[in-house]
Design a protein around this ligand. Structure first.
Ligand code: PGA
Length: 220
């Protein structure tokens, strides 16, 4: 794990990795996260004015809710990134209930770079504790912890969707390179458990110990 000075450095370090990837391979296939952590990364990428015209993106997960809702992950991605770069909307993929189709699209050509956050309970994407290490894209129930954590984005905890569609842990692990970003002291304990603890389905992020090309960046 690399510890960075502050959130600005976390965002620019991961933006460097994305920039290098897109310049090296204009037809890159990226997996992208939502949440509060990547907002600075997306701002950095917008500022860099890269050529996204051949890039294909896949989002890690979506809530099951109206995609036009202000708190949907589709809206989040448009607002923070897609509407501000020269990517083709048809190249921006989100999971939907047709999970087999999403899996087929992902399998077509391997993902070059997958950017992840981590939940306070060790989830990656919406693979909550107990998710199978070989899980694929599917509909999931959100844990009480995740609903509570994400209630800050909604008027009340009752408004947080209870279900989501997420790429599976097995799906994520097929990416050629994985970068996990974590921001804040409240993530340090779970990061240490995920990196140094036993590999267990109770800590979904611990699966990353088996990936050959993973980088973890943290700032407090
Ligand atoms: P956060 O969420 O970036 O809002 O902390 C991360 C996650 O739950 O994966």
């Amino acid at each position: 794990m690399k510890v960075l000075k502050n959130y600005k450095e976390l965002s620019s370090t991961v933006a460097d990795i994305v920039e290098y990837q897109i310049q090296d391979e204009p037809l890159s296939r990226l997996v992208l996260p939502t949440g509060s952590t990547p907002i600075g990364l997306y701002q950095e990428l917008v500022n860099r004015e890269l050529d996204w015209s051949h890039v294909i993106t896949f989002n890690l997960d979506v809530y099951i809710m109206n995609p036009n809702h202000p708190q949907s992950y589709q809206t989040f991605m448009k607002k923070n990134l897609f509407n501000r770069i020269n990517i083709y909307p048809s190249n921006c993929n989100f999971p939907d209930r047709n999970v087999e189709v999403y899996e087929q699209k992902l399998k077509g050509t391997p993902i070059d770079l997958c950017i992840l956050g981590i939940g306070s309970n060790g989830h990656i994407a919406f693979n909550e504790p107990g998710s199978k290490f070989d899980s694929r894209t599917r509909v999931v129930d959100l844990s009480e912890q995740t609903i509570e954590d994400n209630s800050r984005f909604f008027d009340s905890v009752d408004d947080v969707p209870k279900q989501a569609i997420t790429m599976g842990l097995g799906t994520i692990m097929e990416s050629k390179k994985i970068v996990l970003m974590a921001n804040g002291k409240h993530k340090l304990n779970i990061l240490n458990i995920a990196i140094n603890g036993e590999q267990t389905e109770s800590v979904p992020a611990s699966i990353l110990q088996s990936h050959k090309n993973v980088e973890i960046y943290y700032c407090d």
